[in-house]
Design a protein around this ligand. Structure first.
Ligand SMILES: Cc1ncc(COP(=O)(O)O)c(C=O)c1O
Length: 423
């Protein structure tokens, strides 16, 4: 048992200042492609967008790809491509990013929440069936924090009830289920390329599908309801209700350069996570992230939970979690709370204030019996109360020396947890 003084109490910090480097690394490939785009004179949906789509399709093993300005746009396209319409019900995990569920509202459909499985933080596949109503058309399944959901179980329920499946793979780049990459298991999928994602273009996203009809429908929603892309001959006719979700050439150029390095970066994340998993196994009070099978995780976010009982804390769990985070931050580890609200606890759902006038819930009885009560999602509550996560220390260019230091800091904090005083 170590008795080192915690940095938060005036001791020496474990991870030296400046040791953890920012994500993503930018090198000559990035500079070359971005500068070529800049000087190329085609700044809207240009040649780099076309090339990025093709290269991403090849990398992910998906037949069709559409480059978007966000992951949320790609999710919304998936909702439409799956034939979801006003008043339909769509299942979605109760703990995720807000737009895993608001993309359903974007199409005037109704999100129905399913609690998470505490171990994986993904949708509890045993609870999906109970949430199905006669209006249910689809499931948004999220590969949260880079761990693939159990797609075999999700697809079995979907098949039984004739539901479409949209994969929210916004955090799931390169994560595999049974050796097949995310985005290829459901009817379609959505990836995000925002600052923090395993492929960073600043902002951006990709819609993926292996179904030609869905691809054609998604195209309409993507670009003004039109049926052609900007690189084809356009008639500028709105055949459907469209948005403007196209990405731009400069962003795609950055994406192409990053894509060329993504496999190397994900391997590094796996190696860094392996050090943490090995060093932190058995640390009292620490619940480590869980990977049912090797390869299912891309280690986008290394999310831990605190076992309050094991550390002898019976007060407010969030107070203790926040105090532990503060202690880790003082040691130089950039941990943070990822989402401090479960989705059914967010105002847009609780107040049912999406499109105004009570729609979609009040229109044609579509929302009769639908209620958003956070107490119905106990595993999501427990996760919200006890988790903290980190991304940067696992990312390139950070290597095993960083992982070792971060592990030292975790061990120091948990071995001296009695010295932590929650405010
Ligand atoms: C699980 C999940 N879904 C959806 C999104 C939305 O992606 P974007 O910010 O690119 O719209 C994000 C990230 O922000 C996410 O983490």
């Amino acid at each position: 048992m170590s008795t080192k003084i915690l940095a938060v109490n005036g001791g020496k910090r474990t991870v030296p200042e400046g040791m953890i480097k920012n994500w993503p690394p930018v090198d000559e490939t990035d500079r070359e492609l971005v500068m070529k785009s800049l000087m190329g004179g085609s700044h809207a949906f240009g040649p780099n967008c076309e090339a990025f789509q093709k290269e991403y399709a090849k990398w992910n093993g998906s037949k069709y790809t559409i480059f978007t300005n966000s992951g949320t746009a790609a999710l919304h396209m998936g909702i439409y491509a799956c034939g979801v319409g006003a008043g339909d019900h769509v299942l979605v995990p109760a703990y995720s990013w807000s737009s895993s569920a608001t993309c359903i509202l974007h199409h005037n459909a109704i999100p129905i929440f399913v609690d998470i499985d505490f171990a994986t933080i993904n949708i509890d596949t045993d609870k999906i069936e109970a949430a199905i109503t006669p209006r249910t058309k689809a499931i948004v399944v999220v590969h949260l924090h880079g761990l693939s959901a159990n797609m075999e179980k999700v697809l079995a329920v979907a098949k039984k009830h004739k539901l479409k499946v949209i994969e929210d793979a916004c955090q799931g780049h390169g994560a595999e289920f049974r050796g097949r990459k995310t985005g290829n298991w459901g009817d379609c999928g959505a990836f995000s390329f925002n600052q923090n994602k395993c492929l960073c273009t600043g902002e951006g996203g990709m819609f993926v599908t292996n179904n030609e009809e869905m691809y054609k429908d998604a195209l309409k929603l993507w670009s003004f309801g039109e049926t052609s892309t900007p690189s084809e001959k356009r008639d500028y006719h709105a055949y459907a209700l469209g948005w403007m979700y196209r990405g731009s050439d400069l962003v795609a150029a950055f994406g192409r350069a990053q894509l060329a390095k993504i496999d190397k970066y994900i391997d590094m994340q796996n190696e860094n996570a392996a050090v943490l998993n090995k060093r932190l196994k058995g640390v009292k009070g620490l619940i480590l992230p869980y990977e049912p099978e090797r390869g299912m995780h891309n280690w986008y976010n290394y999310t831990s939970r605190i076992d309050m009982k094991a550390i002898g804390w019976d007060g407010d769990p969030q107070k203790m979690r926040n105090a532990v985070m503060k202690a880790l931050n003082a040691e130089g580890v950039p941990v943070g709370v990822w989402q401090s609200f479960a989705l059914p606890d967010m105002t847009v759902f609780k107040a049912k204030n999406a499109y105004g006038h009570g729609c979609p819930w009040s229109c044609n009885g579509a929302g009769d019996g639908v209620e958003y009560k956070i107490e119905n999602y106990p595993m999501s509550i427990k996760h919200v109360d006890t988790h903290f996560g980190m991304t940067t220390p696992l990312r390139a260019p950070n290597r095993l020396d960083v992982a070792e230091k971060v592990a030292d800091a975790f061990i120091k904090v948990f071995e001296n947890i009695k010295e932590i005083v929650p405010e």
